[in-house]
Design a protein around this ligand. Sequence first.
Ligand code: C2E
Ligand code: MG
Ligand code: MG
Ligand code: MG
Length: 291
Amino acid sequence: AAKQRGKANWVRFTPEMERPVVADAQLGAELRRGLENGEFHVVYQPLVDLHLNRVIGVEALVRWQHPTRGVISPIEFIPAAERTGLIVPLGRFVLRETCMQAAAWLAEFGPEVLQKAGPNVSVRQLHDPDFVNDVRAALADSGLPGELLVLELTESAVLRGHQVSRALHELHDMGVRLALDDFGTGESSLSLLRAFPASIVKLDKSFVDGIEFDEDGTPEANARQAVARAVIQMAGALDLDTVAEGIENEEQAERLRRLGYSLGQGFHLAEPMSPAQVAAMLADQRAIHAA
Ligand code: C2E
Ligand code: MG
Ligand code: MG
Ligand code: MG
């Protein structure tokens, strides 16, 4: 039925949708077709040193250029890609693209500028028995050193089971770095961080939103500050790097600097952009710092 209705009636998936199975079947077919037709591409959001105001890496974010609907956000299709299993080939595509692109930037701009590059990885990919080999192959084919690859995982992904834990330790042994994304929103615990070979925690945007307004001393503002402070203290004690996500203005950046954050990401610093735009930004930065 979905097929007969055709592209014009393409169903927009929303979590509230009553019959996700039907929507998934249709969206799954669209995703599969899109993958075959090369409709996916990767954009890169710079990671910025908050003190030096320099780019030191990138996060890779997937985009879907749909033939009739324009660019679709990952928030709209990643959940369905996970449920249908298509996240495995899609994630492999993003991983390979990122490694190739990062290796090219490393060659052009050097290791000060490209210290970290990496995609988001879904729990479904971690359960795929080929995942570790896919990463190894992507590194070998691109020539990117494993130490530069940062895989972003969520706490809930990491919490799931023995097989995942083995894959994570194998990746760690290959030198690949693991980042805990959206930190503070899941079941964050110290024992998780001790058991998990992470090297980076990313403070979720929800703790950055409004962090500049503590003067009124509202309980919410105090709680945000307390979490941001606790995360940086814990990261320091465990020797982890931290990245603050979703910085939208200079007041937030300044507050985070004062709390001890040295790396940040957000629209105020740089938006997700095309590879050509990243290269232009890195070239500008090189010119400024060479001057
Ligand atoms: P995330 O990994 O936490 O990525 C950060 C998201 O926040 C990105 O949205 C980015 O564009 C957005 N962002 C960055 N700075 C700001 C800011 O200052 N303000 C606001 N409002 N937003 C900001 P995007 O690209 O739409 O991705 C959304 C989520 O989709 C990602 O969250 C990630 O969980 C998932 N995702 C994206 N690409 C992939 C992928 O290739 N594979 C998987 N499994 N998930 C992906
Ligand atoms: Mg991420
Ligand atoms: Mg994030
Ligand atoms: Mg987030």
